[in-house]
Design a binder for this molecule. Sequence first.
Ligand code: 5RP
Length: 227
Amino acid sequence: MDADAQKRASGEAAASLVKSGMVVGLGTGSTAAWFVRALAARKLDIVGVPTSQATADLASGLGIRLGELGDTRTIDLTVDGADEIGPGLSLIKGGGGALLREKLVWEASKACVVIADAAKQVEMLGKFALPIEVTAFGHKTVQARICDVLDEFDLGVAPSLRRRDGLPVRTDGGNLIYDAACGRIEEPAALAAALKSVTGVVDHGLFLDLADRALIGTANGIVELEP
Ligand code: 5RP
């Protein structure tokens, strides 16, 4: 089974967890897209809360009724992909640039299920460059302060501004993203707190203590993990 088939299998497994009447957080990325397709095929009476414009477009095109975060008090279940799944279901997310909306939706959810192909599981977070979303105003100053934080953690890397076709990538919220190739993140909780304390950092891709379950597609079928 190749990576895409594993992503598809995990998305389909997660879609079977959804029941009619639920408010469902819809993640972003290629794995989450498999979930959205499988969910739409079930034709349940649900409301989807998308974590990006791309997911909103996909879901509404497939006939899923959409709501906005805040329309309802809580989201019953959110299903989303990840760039890395580490110990205790600690995650790096944001490879698709939707980390802020994703985190807002995850934090409003009663339960969060992460779906992924087998290559996403790691022994320690950090090989995938950590996305950090920052305000466009003053972003070079913010970058310098992020460098100071990374130095404090002996992660002496200069985060690079994410670009596409030579131009800085803007998130759905109009912000910029710096990617920090940390290598090994030995203290994710402390790093998360330190990054969040920098003025101008809107959020970062460390998702800690948020995932309740992982459904990972592997060559031998779905492997289920809990924190
Ligand atoms: C988007 C994300 C994605 O969930 C993450 O990048 C994984 O993407 P894919 O399922 O395409 O491998 O965090 O911001």
